[in-house]
Every structure is written in structure tokens, then in C-alpha cells.
Design a protein. Structure first.
Length: 132
């Protein structure tokens, strides 16, 4: 299945929440065509200010990508930002793995950033969202 989210208006596709998305360990991966838009969400279970679990997005500026995790649903516990410069108009395979302690950010099959974040993911009831 292919889903195209028009980057001009921040469109997204939402899928019903599933209990398996609310626990760790978790691995999420997707393809993204980076473009100049700071903070754009790619893939997430992250809603409002008190129902957050995890999200992948563009970081500060269009050249980096990142993952964010929350253990309490409100605060962003950690951010693993890529060290690789992501060029506009180029496709990247992005993945993150979290085992309850370690947050690993992978770009094109190469480990690009890590952080240690004990505590486990918040059991968010937010839908899985692609784009945004």
C-alpha cells in the first residue's frame, strides 16, 4: 500500500490505535523524502500534550531527522537526532528501535544516533499517524 501525504498542506493518514503500538520494545521504519520543513511529522503515536508515546520527524532545519519518546505522555523524554545531512528530494529509509532503555535511530541501514532512556514508553491511546 502506498500513501502520499502532500507536504504543502500537512496531510496525514490515521489508523486505529492498536495495543501493540503502546508498549516497548518497538521498531518502526518507513521511507521518507525529506524536504525543507522543520518539525514535520513522518510517523507517530503522538497526540496533543498528554497522549504522547513516540514520533519521527524533521528536526530543527531540513537537514536532520529525529525520533522523540515520552514515558509520561506529556514530556518529551528523549530525542535522537540524525548526524547525517538529509538532502531535499532524496529518499531515505528511516527506522528507530526502542527496547525500554536504548533508543536507536537508523538511516539507510546504518546506526546514526543513540540515546539511553529508561522507563518505557507511555501507553498512549493515540492513533498511528503517517504524515502531519
Amino acid at each position: 500500500m502506498a500513501i502520499r501525504c502532500n507536504d504543502a498542506n500537512g496531510s496525514s493518514a490515521d489508523f486505529n490505535n492498536a495495543a501493540s503500538l503502546r508498549t516497548d520494545p518497538i521498531t518502526a521504519m518507513h521511507w521518507v523524502n525529506n524536504y525543507a520543513d522543520t518539525g514535520r511529522t513522518f510517523l507517530s503515536v503522538w497526540d496533543g500534550s498528554t497522549n504522547r508515546a513516540w514520533r519521527t520527524s524533521a528536526a530543527t532545519g531540513p537537514t536532520n531527522m529525529r525520533t522523540r519518546l515520552s514515558t509520561d505522555g506529556a514530556n518529551q523524554l528523549s530525542t535522537s537526532s540524525s548526524t547525517t545531512i538529509a538532502n531535499d528530494g532524496t529518499w531515505y529509509h528511516m527506522a528507530f528501535m526502542y527496547d525500554g532503555t536504548d533508543n536507536e535511530f537508523w538511516l539507510n541501514g546504518v546506526l546514526d544516533a543513540t540515546s539511553v532512556d529508561a522507563g518505557g514508553l507511555f501507553a498512549s491511546t493515540a492513533d498511528l499517524s503517517i504524515g502531519g
